[in-house]
Design a binder for this molecule. Structure first.
Ligand code: SF4
Length: 290
């Protein structure tokens, strides 16, 4: 099988140093919404300048380069064992070149491995075989601060008056944003999964963050809820980095999942403004990045 280690290395470099255009566009639009001279506008100016410098110098957009989450869709016949080895080699090399900060800490001993290679979940690599002849690899770098303000609710929640319906979902998501109060580096994007078990629900809430920021949910009810949540989160006044203002989130993405009749989980993954995700597509000898 072809050795794609260098291609994976380039994917990591792009993800860590070059913020995707849809995210940058949303940050620019948010800046225009904020009052001239306000702390919110100043915070967004600093973020946008940081984005520019990182891109120009191939340096990390944020000092926390996050957990590398790879989503690999491969044609029949590809060796996932070989792909895993190549991805891990690329991650170690990216760390050596300082595209990534060494982030893999053994939770029992407290020792940092120094190369971002921990157990089988660090980096996290999801594999799925698909039809066709293209290898498609998405990489998301998920910061620690925003991961810390993620939340999971089990509905119903009588304290919030949140039942097992989309109105209940709306209440628990807004509460998570309110509790975060800008921690996790607002403005960010909300990834929400409704249903699943506790584990699959959290996985779903991250996967849904792979959607383009400006797209629409094909499910009209979820599309309406996405827009409503974004609007209402931005009315909380928390603002960029919690400094107050009109921009607390840049968008909301929701996924519905099947569940047991006994359970109704709502999982919320918060992605910070450093919404680093990039895609690599391999078709024959050609490799394209977006
Ligand atoms: S939450 Fe995001 S922006 Fe904040 S420190 Fe972590 S990676 Fe950086």
């Amino acid at each position: 099988m072809r050795d794609l280690t260098d291609a994976f290395l380039e994917l990591v470099r792009r993800a860590a140093t070059d913020l995707p255009p849809d995210v940058e566009q949303a940050l620019r639009e948010a800046r225009e919404q904020e009052e001239p001279g306000s702390a919110a506008r100043s915070a967004l100016d600093t973020i946008l300048e940081n984005v520019r410098l990182a891109r120009e110098n191939s340096t990390p957009i944020c000092q926390d380069t996050g957990t590398p989450l790879f989503y690999v869709h491969h044609p029949e016949g590809w060796s996932t064992r070989a792909l895993r080895e190549q991805i891990r080699a690329a991650v170690a090399e990216a760390t050596r070149r300082t595209y990534l900060r060494p982030n893999a800490v053994d939770s029992i001993t407290g020792k940092n491995t120094g190369d971002n290679l921990g157990d089988e979940a660090f980096p996290t690599i999801h594999f799925e075989e698909v039809e066709g002849d293209e290898l498609i690899v998405d990489l998301m770098l998920k910061g620690g601060g925003c991961e810390n303000v993620g939340a999971q609710a089990s509905l119903p929640d009588t304290r919030l008056g949140a039942g097992r319906d989309l109105e209940g979902v709306r209440k628990v998501v807004l509460e998570a944003v309110f509790k975060a109060q800008g921690k996790g580096c607002a403005p960010g994007v909300l990834g929400v999964a409704v249903g699943g078990d506790r584990g699959s629900s959290f996985l779903g809430s991250k996967e849904v963050l792979l959607r383009p920021l400006q797209d629409s949910n094909p499910n009209p009810a979820l599309d309406e809820l996405e827009q409503r949540l974004t609007q209402q989160a931005n009315q909380l006044g928390i603002g960029p980095m919690g400094f107050g203002g009109k921009t607390t989130v840049l968008g909301t993405k929701i996924k519905g999942m099947h569940r047991l009749p006994a359970s109704y989980f709502v999982s919320i993954s918060y992605m910070c403004w450093a919404y680093r995700r990039r895609r690599m597509v391999v078709r024959g000898d050609e490799i394209a990045y977006s």
